[in-house]
Write a protein that binds this ligand. Structure first.
Ligand SMILES: Nc1nc2c(ncn2[C@@H]2O[C@H](COP(=O)(O)OP(=O)(O)OP(=O)(O)O)[C@@H](O)[C@H]2O)c(=O)[nH]1
Ligand SMILES: [Mg+2]
Length: 429
């Protein structure tokens, strides 16, 4: 069972100070550190933590012992005492040694961004798959952070070569964790196998799949709910959704496709988490079409788009047909956003998930994107292979037998045509 850093069930609310290290090239936040801090605050609130204040340090080098400078540690200590903080949350990843040193110096619970995200995930995981994946990510995060301890404790053992009691305990902990990780991986493999079978079955049945992807809180689940009347969890919180949910969506022409909601992305998504959630995320790879949902209103809109594009690339889904859905246009208009509202054109569509006409527009865009043009192929009558390809490239709506040729009118699916249709190129009428 995964453990929570912040237990929200006890009624006790942690009071936190947020801390960030601002370098001149913003290397550590990978973008605007202020925006990253805003996001950290949202993450903390989502985890059920009360944020008291924020402390920044401008410094280009990381202190190997405390991450922030020694003087800054004293400042944090004074502020923490004054405000009655119980926790310090760092916007960057800390090493195990830094966590221990900070804990010792500050007498606060020390948490970093990665741990905070893992904690939210731990609180959200409901399905067996989700629970396994979160625990796997937590243990993978923990394992390298157990080291360093050994160095201190081994001194208790005395001379070189002898193992102190601390170290052997540590070794035992490590072995235990490694064993558990192996165990979880095996369980996950079983889940992956199951999923794969399920997907293959769907594929065989010729079901078209559409995946909702995007930054956390962009409105993916809202769209799934509004488009399909699915009963899914929608919340103005980060990572409301962990497990993929699929529903049938009917397009204007009556064709049915499967629409799948997925876990949201975030900048600096912990590596261990991406690795652990690969099984879930790979659902996206099976999709015929990706709907990239964007919060038009976010001050970090463009950064968020870039983050999602990068993760799609990592997953090997970057080349898939994609529609960029600029959502929450109502908020955008109300708030005078800093960005220009993009226009609905090409593969961009601007909508509000709560406007019926916009949903109709979206359904139409999905249909248009899935259904390509109507093409007529004239192939030699004895080329059964080409005829078969034509049938695999879309829907044959008309067939006309000529003297020694066959004329096929096909409603081409772009995806299918890209996969199978190339040899037909020279037979297009
Ligand atoms: N005003 C407005 N709010 C929206 C719109 N679409 C979604 N929301 C709100 O945005 C918040 C997040 O919506 P979700 O659907 O949970 O977002 P999500 O992308 O599934 O988020 P995660 O599951 O956390 O990745 C909720 O409070 C929604 O009510 C919209 O078009 N307009
Ligand atoms: Mg969701």
């Amino acid at each position: 069972m995964s453990e929570r850093t912040f237990d929200t069930n006890t009624g006790f609310k942690e009071k936190a100070i947020l801390i960030t290290l601002v370098t001149s090239d913003n290397k550590r936040t990978g973008g605007d550190p202020e925006l990253s801090l805003q996001e950290l605050e949202q993450l903390a609130e989502t985890a059920g933590v009360e944020v008291l204040t924020t402390i920044r340090q401008n410094k280009d080098t990381v202190d190997s012992r405390w991450f922030i400078g020694k003087g800054k540690v004293q400042e944090v200590k004074a502020v923490a005492e004054e405000l009655g903080a119980t926790t310090a949350i760092f916007d960057q990843e800390l090493s195990g040694a830094q966590v221990r040193n900070l804990e010792e110096s500050l007498d606060l619970k020390i948490v970093d961004r990665t741990q905070l995200i893992l904690d939210i995930f731990a609180g959200r995981a409901k399905t067996r798959e989700g629970i396994i994946q979160v625990e796997l990510a937590q243990l993978s995060y923990l394992l390298p952070r157990l080291s360093g301890h050994g160095k201190n404790l081994s001194r208790l053992g005395g001379g070189i070569g002898t193992r102190g009691p601390g170290e052997s305990k540590l070794e035992m902990d490590r072995r235990h964790i490694r064993g558990r990780i192996a165990d979880l991986k095996a369980q996950l493999e079983e889940v992956v196998r199951h999923r794969k079978l399920h997907r293959e079955r769907r594929k065989k049945a010729g079901v078209t799949q559409v995946a909702l992807v995007g930054y956390t809180n962009a409105g993916k689940s809202t769209l799934l709910r509004e488009l399909t009347e699915a009963d899914v969890f929608v919340e103005n919180q980060l990572f409301a959704t962990l497990d993929p949910t699929s529903r049938t969506l009917e397009l204007p022409n009556g064709r049915e496709v499967i629409l799948t909601d997925t876990v949201g992305f975030i900048q600096n998504l912990p590596h261990d988490l991406v690795a652990a959630f690969r099984a879930t995320l790979e659902e996206v790879n099976e999709a015929d079409l990706v709907l990239h949902i964007i919060d038009s209103n976010s001050p970090m809109r463009d950064e968020q788009i870039a983050v999602v594009d990068r993760i799609l690339e990592e997953l090997g889904s970057a080349g898939k047909p994609q529609i960029r859905v600029y959502n929450k246009k109502d908020l955008f208009l109300a708030n005078n956003s800093i960005h220009a509202l993009p226009r609905t054109a090409g593969d961009n569509i601007v909508i509000s998930a709560y406007e019926t006409e916009d949903l109709t527009l979206l359904r139409q865009s999905i249909q248009d994107k899935l259904t390509g043009d109507t093409l007529v192929f004239v192939v030699p009558a004895d080329r059964g292979d080409l005829i078969a390809l034509a049938y695999r490239s879309g829907e044959v709506v008309e067939q006309e037998v000529g003297e020694d040729s066959l004329s096929l009118t096909v409603q081409v699916s772009r995806q299918q045509y890209a996969l199978h249709g190339q040899p037909l190129n020279e037979y297009v009428k």
